[in-house]
Design a protein around this ligand. Structure first.
Ligand code: C2E
Ligand code: MG
Ligand code: MG
Length: 731
């Protein structure tokens, strides 16, 4: 039995080496009770050996352990005590324990100078005490005491086990700290008593609410009442102040200056020992800045910054909700896709600031023409969309569309510019045309595009046949992509003849698409699709490459061919164009005077500053520029002077009317006169009759291009015409 106990004691001694704090105290307790048992069993030799062992271990422990006799003189001082206090065992043993006390007996913070006696009365104890190190530093320590007894159970001394408490604060210090935390807090703090009267507020409270402490104290929390919350909500807050549990939420408060402000609030209560609520306190922060930022974010996410109208995101949300309601109540609805006509040219000609202001004013006019419950959004550059929710009849949306067009009729006056803009409106009706926002938007867009094709303001209702056409366009696009890579494209050449000599002086390269199933597809059909999809860039590169390849082939065959003109899309016209053209010329070893470039007026309205440097670069390379379809665009004759253009091509639409139509004759005459003044070469396009030819020749046109002489023909046919010296008869 004794052996077993000894083994256990030894084990406990071993264990104690690695332990600290409570675990150590527990192990030591266990060891002590084992030793006491052994003493009781009177196994003296074993006990002595063990006690020696235990003492050595204790001496080495990192945990501070001190032993003393019953009068308080130190009998043991281990390594841990030495580390903690700075005194060696030699310095400490024999001293009275008071030498490590921080305060004079009876001073605050000291439990009692008679502590050992006290302990003996109460049994085991754990107390917090203040002690002084050799360095003079005073610190708080946790002290646990146990009694040392002799074989006859007589108390012979005390074991003190100390641990430093670094975070210990006195109650005054605690109070001081808490008060300053409350006072300096960024959050407003308000404390009320059980009668809901304000008894304390902090500085942040005054800063946020505008009420000084003396103005708030004695008042109830109604002082801050904004009046925006309903009775239910107020009841929730009141019951939180009466102990219904902690509450957190947002309350709109009112400042002293009357301004309302959102606050994030948490409310809790304080109870006394009897569990009664003595106080309630609320901690709040002013979140108006946060709210304002959130609102701004919301606006950015949901509204168009230019017109302040809802954007596509919000529009989709609102319309989707409205459609859900409408489908329950059996109402009609309509989406109107509105696209401004000629907006791009106005933007390009007059600058973006004018363009932006125009969009703002258009938005205002459209908004005013609609009813409050209708939704109007700006969904793209010059695209608006209106949702008419709950209309009685399909036809009513047509009336609204007409109203919108009428609203746009009076000119817009911006920076003394008088601007006219029309619009194309496509209408899709719910539920006939579609049930969801996405399809209705798509269909109204299809109808709008259809109106746009006419080039005049107007509106159209969507019908299934339109969608069929839209689908065909998509089909065309994918087939065109395929055509580019599978040699279905080719160039035809239409001769230009001199109106002085009748000789061929040039040719225009015109693209042709030999479709395996559809046969020859007209560029009038696929160029617009290519323009819309951006495929025109690849297409344009192909044309340039192919024309140059052909020129080189003719040169290699020893043919003396006139210059070939290639049509350029406005989209191809960017800063890198000159370098791209140069690369193609170099690749085929062609002089620049063998090639001409035809551009259209739509390019000029982009703005002289952007376009002229590119044109100058091309001219500097030795290329000549021709202005195609002249007279159909937006640019004034005077504006034209600024561009380095060598050739004007009078559009076919004016040629058709000569010599019969007075207006057309006048226009043709004006163009020729102006071109001559600017020393530009004038080419008449689409000349089909001898009368037209004679009239234009008399006006002073330089060249003619048209079926009268030749339609566009295959490269080999054009080469034969040149080789055979075929001429236009000028008689
Ligand atoms: P455009 O550049 O104004 O070309 C002249 C168009 O008028 C050609 O139509 C030509 O065949 C047609 N034409 C010429 N003489 C007569 C005539 O006496 N009577 C009639 N009724 N028509 C005549 P095409 O080849 O169908 O080309 C139409 C348009 O497609 C071109 O107009 C041009 O804008 C565009 N296009 C054609 N090839 C290309 C190209 O390689 N690149 C680009 N970007 N556009 C091209
Ligand atoms: Mg052309
Ligand atoms: Mg033309």
């Amino acid at each position: 039995m004794a052996d077993q106990r000894i083994a256990q004691c030894l084990q406990l001694c071993q264990q104690a080496r690695g332990l600290q704090g409570d675990a150590l105290a527990q192990t030591l307790d266990e060891l002590r009770s084992n030793l006491e048992q052994l003493a009781a069993e009177r196994n003296a030799p074993a006990l002595d050996a063990l006690q020696l062992n235990a003492r050595r271990i204790i001496e080495q422990l990192q945990e501070p352990i001190i032993t003393m006799d019953l009068t308080g003189y130190l009998t043991g001082w281990n390594k841990g005590a030495q580390n903690l206090f700075g005194y060696t065992a030699a310095e400490a043993i024999g001293q009275h324990v008071l030498f490590i006390y921080a305060d004079e007996p009876g001073e605050p913070g000291e439990a009692s100078a008679d502590m050992p006696e006290l302990f003996l009365e109460r049994g085991d104890a754990f107390i917090e005490v203040r002690r002084r190190k050799k360095s003079g530093e005073i610190f708080w320590a946790g002290l646990s005491l146990s009694v040392l007894r002799d074989e006859d159970e007589e108390a012979v001394g005390l074991v003190a086990h100390l641990s430093e408490i670094t975070e210990r604060l006195s109650s005054e210090e605690k109070l001081r700290l808490h008060t300053s935390i409350i006072e300096d807090s960024d959050q407003g703090i308000l404390i009320t008593d059980a009668n809901e009267c304000i008894v304390s507020v902090n500085a942040a409270f005054s800063r946020i609410t505008g009420y000084l402490t003396h103005e708030a104290i004695g008042q109830t929390t109604d002082l801050l009442r904004s009046g925006v919350h309903d009775a239910d909500f107020r009841e929730q807050v009141r019951s939180a102040m009466h102990g219904a549990g902690p509450w957190q939420g947002e309350i709109v408060g009112k400042r002293k200056n009357g301004e309302l402000f959102p606050q994030s609030v948490s409310i809790s209560v304080v109870r006394n020992d009897a569990g009664e609520i003595t106080h309630a306190f609320s901690i709040f922060s002013d979140i108006s800045v946060l709210r304002a930022a959130e609102d701004r974010m919301q606006r950015l996410v949901n509204y168009d910054s230019l017109t302040s109208l809802p954007n596509r995101t919000l529009f989709n949300k609102l319309v989707t909700q409205a459609l859900a309601t409408a489908s329950r109540s059996g109402d009609y609805g309509a989406l109107l896709a509105i696209d401004l006509n000629r907006f791009t040219s106005i933007n390009d000609t007059f600058g973006h600031e004018v363009g932006d202001e125009l969009l703002r004013q258009v938005g205002q006019r459209l908004r005013l023409a609609l009813r409050d419950e209708d939704v109007l959004a700006r969904v793209g550059g010059d695209e608006f969309v209106a949702a008419l929710l709950s209309i009685q009849k399909r036809e009513h949306s047509g009336i609204v569309a007409q109203k919108l067009l009428t609203a746009l009729e009076p000119p817009f006056i911006i920076d003394s510019n008088v601007l006219h803009v029309g619009a194309s409106i496509g209408i899709a009706v719910f539920p006939e045309d579609g049930h969801d926002t996405a399809s209705l938007l798509r269909f109204s867009d299809v109808a709008m595009k259809r109106v746009q094709e006419n080039g005049e303001s107007g509106f159209l209702f969507y019908c299934a046949e339109m969608n069929q056409r839209a689908k065909e366009q998509w089909q065309l696009e994918s087939e065109l992509r395929h055509a580019l890579s599978s040699q279905e494209l080719l160039l035809h050449y239409q001769p230009k003849v001199s109106l002085r000599t009748g000789r061929i002086v040039g040719a225009e390269a015109l693209i042709r698409w030999q479709h395996p199933v559809r046969g020859m597809v007209s560029p009038g059909k696929f160029i617009p699709v290519a323009e819309e999809t951006g495929l025109i860039l690849e297409l344009g590169s192909w044309v340039l490459e192919e024309a140059c390849r052909q020129i080189r082939a003719w040169m290699d065959a020893g043919l003396d061919m006139p210059p070939i003109a290639v049509n350029l899309s406005a989209r191809q016209f960017d800063r890198l164009l000159p370098a791209r053209v140069q690369a193609v010329l170099d690749r085929h070893a062609i002089q620049p005077d063998r090639l001409k470039l035809e551009i259209t007026e739509s390019l000029l309205v982009r703005g002289a500053d952007e376009v002229i440097p590119i044109m100058n670069a091309l001219v500097a390379m030795g290329l000549a520029l021709a202005l195609d379809d002249f007279g159909t665009g937006y640019s004034s004759l005077a504006y034209l002077k600024r561009f380095p253009i060598t050739t004007l091509k009078i559009d076919r639409s004016f040629v058709i009317g000569v010599p019969a139509e007075e207006n057309d004759c006048a226009i043709a005459q004006a163009i020729v006169t102006m071109g001559q003044q600017m020393r530009q070469e004038i080419v008449a396009e689409g000349v089909e009759t001898v009368e037209q030819m004679a009239f234009l020749r008399n006006l002073g046109c330089d060249q003619l291009q048209g079926f009268l002489f030749s339609p566009p023909v295959a490269a080999s046919d054009f080469a034969s015409l040149v080789r055979n010296g075929v001429r236009l008869s000028l008689d």
